[in-house]
Design a protein around this ligand. Sequence first.
Ligand code: ADP
Ligand code: MG
Length: 228
Amino acid sequence: MTMNSSTCLAELVGVTKIFSRSGSETTALNNVSFRVEKGEMVLLLGPSGSGKTTLLTLLAGFQEPTSGEAYIFGRRVQEYSSAALQELRARHMGFIFQNFCLIESLRVLDNVMMVMQFAGHGRKAARDKAYEYLDRFGVKHLAHAFPHTLSQGEKQRVAVARAIVNGAELVIADEPTGSLATSQGMMIVEFLHESIVKDVISVVIASHDERIASYAHRALHLRDGMLL
Ligand code: ADP
Ligand code: MG
């Protein structure tokens, strides 16, 4: 996949997203314009139901706007086939979810290797990279453990390793501190912040946690689907 040289990784222009559910319509996003530049951490703040997750799914191409335009790596989302979008996500994006969504039936190593294999790397390369990234975040010794035996802090480290092991340029994190106690919750943001500097990635974090703001280059506020 060829990437264009623009510094803009993803952009929404005048995007509205309306969901229809059993006869009633919800406007999850209302005329939102938003862009993510290379090497920045953008924080999306807003209460539950304000449209944060919807915005993230549009940036990752999981959904298309009802109106307006979404651009991912310089092209309109509709111009990609679903296979191309999958490949783009596998090779160029990383994801972190609220409860980390580690696969409980797989050991830590396999959780991280899997992402490399989705991106088309062979077993050997996937294993080497997985160990390298687990080591970087101080959890190499847990490679053969199952996720349920890890502390929340250890799971965060694995989740960050998994999100960026494929060389992701854009990391999307949906309420990564959501279920964590005060001091632990911020660690994941610190790791991501380090990676922005070291690997020149871009990070978009959705949260209702104002404490993250001190790490972010920009903080945007969503209210009822509108950017304030
Ligand atoms: P947040 O992540 O900020 O909590 P969401 O983006 O999940 O907000 O949701 C915004 C609004 O859109 C909510 O009212 C939610 O119920 C609605 N919504 C989100 N996804 C769907 C869907 N697939 N079908 C119907 N309504 C949805
Ligand atoms: Mg959400």
